[in-house]
Structures are given as C-alpha cells and as structure tokens.
Design a protein. Structure first.
Length: 141
C-alpha cells in the first residue's frame, strides 16, 4: 500500500496519488483526451472507431442461386498510415478522390465494392465518415 507524506494510505489513479481519506468530490477525474467524434460514432478501446449509419446500405449481387443481399449498418475505421495517405493523394479526382481513398483505406472497403458503398451512403453518413478520417489525419497543434 502506498502512503502520502503524512503516512495516510493512497491509491494511484492515472498520474494522481489519491488519499483514501479524500472525499470523492475532491478527486479530479481525467476526461477522455481523444478527439470528439461525429454523432453516431464511438471509440473502441483499441483506437478504432465504429460509425453506426443513419441509413444502412444494402448491396445486392446476382449469382447462380439468385439475388443475394448484404446490409451494412456500421462502418469500422482504423487509423491510417503514411502509405494510405500517399495512395489517396495519388488517386484521380482531386480532393474528393483523396477523401474517398482515405475513407476506403481506413474502413477496408476498397475497390469497386468500397466505392459503391460510399456512393450509396446518406450524405450525413458520408460526411461523418470524412470527419472520422479527419480525426485520424489531424496533426494536432
């Protein structure tokens, strides 16, 4: 057990040593220091972000057994690498092409299917996805 300078027992909370005799109201609780996310998005403990779509996207493919549908109701975003940014910047389409490339790299929805999903997103969901990519690419102050 840890003790303070006066011999009173303490516990460690983050970088703070808190006396066990200290009232709970006096303890400064450290707030989440991660950037704020758009509505419908949440941080995972591993640093990824999940966005619940306002309007799920349905993809349909026709195969030998008939039509097969898949509903996408959430997108999962991973932090980006320098290579992801370089590929997106090299993509055709100017800034819009770069943003599409970054969203696709972060979600893993690449190629024609990824592009189709992005095209089918509700505008608010697309802008939320772009904002999440912005969180991952913001160099800070």
């Amino acid at each position: 057990m840890n003790m303070d300078d006066f011999g009173a027992p303490t516990i460690n909370y983050g970088a703070q040593a808190i006396g066990l005799d200290q009232p709970a109201a006096d303890i400064e609780v450290q707030q989440d220091q991660r950037p704020k996310l758009p509505k419908g998005a949440a941080w995972n403990p591993d640093g990824n972000v999940v966005l619940s779509l306002r309007h799920p996207v349905t993809l349909t493919a026709t195969g030998p057994g008939g039509d097969v549908g898949s509903v996408i109701s959430t997108l999962s975003f991973s932090p980006l690498t320098g290579a992801d940014v370089m590929r997106a910047q090299a993509a055709k389409g100017g800034m819009a092409g770069s943003m599409n490339g970054l969203i696709q790299a972060s979600t893993g929805l690449v190629g024609f299917i990824g592009e189709d999903v992005l095209k089918r997103l509700d505008a608010r969901d697309y802008l939320a996805a772009a904002a999440i990519v912005g969180v991952f690419t913001d160099p800070g102050q």
